[in-house]
Design a protein. Structure first.
Length: 140
């Protein structure tokens, strides 16, 4: 399941506060920040069979390509790939339930993507499915 959790911005003379109050973080076990070296690099494909993740753009914007894995032993290379643009201005959290693969490309220099996971790092090696960047032929 792909779901968006909408946030907001409160502004006054002191500045602004960005928030996503409807993001229930009770399942979160860890987080990390992705900052690609440049806007040409695509980081992916990595899929998770049991881990769900949430994504929030700290700065800039990212193209996120998403594929629902059909077979964990041999995923079909012609699966539909959905592209979502995450932008700081949208102020939302993208939630991906388990079973998806992702590839990320920064669309602006110095873009940063905050990623939350519901599994600790000790489980990462047991739920890490990687594919070459050209594996899914429907990537835009």
């Amino acid at each position: 399941m792909i779901k968006f959790i909408k946030g907001g911005i409160a502004k006054d003379e002191r500045g602004q506060i960005r928030f996503v109050n409807d993001f229930d973080m009770s399942l979160v076990r860890r987080f990390y920040i992705i900052k690609n070296a440049d806007t040409e690099l695509v980081r992916g494909w990595r899929a998770h069979r049991i881990e769900q993740r949430w994504f929030y753009t700290l700065s800039g914007s990212f193209a996120v390509d998403i594929v629902k894995i059909d077979d964990w032993d041999t995923a079909s290379s012609d699966l539909a790939v959905e592209r979502i643009i995450l932008d700081t201005k949208e102020n939302q959290v993208l939630h991906l339930s388990k079973g998806y693969g992702t590839a990320f490309q920064a669309l602006e220099e110095n873009s940063e993507l905050l990623v939350f996971s519901d599994f600790g790092i000790e489980n990462a090696s047991n739920d890490d499915y990687t594919y070459s960047l050209d594996y899914f032929i429907n990537r835009k």
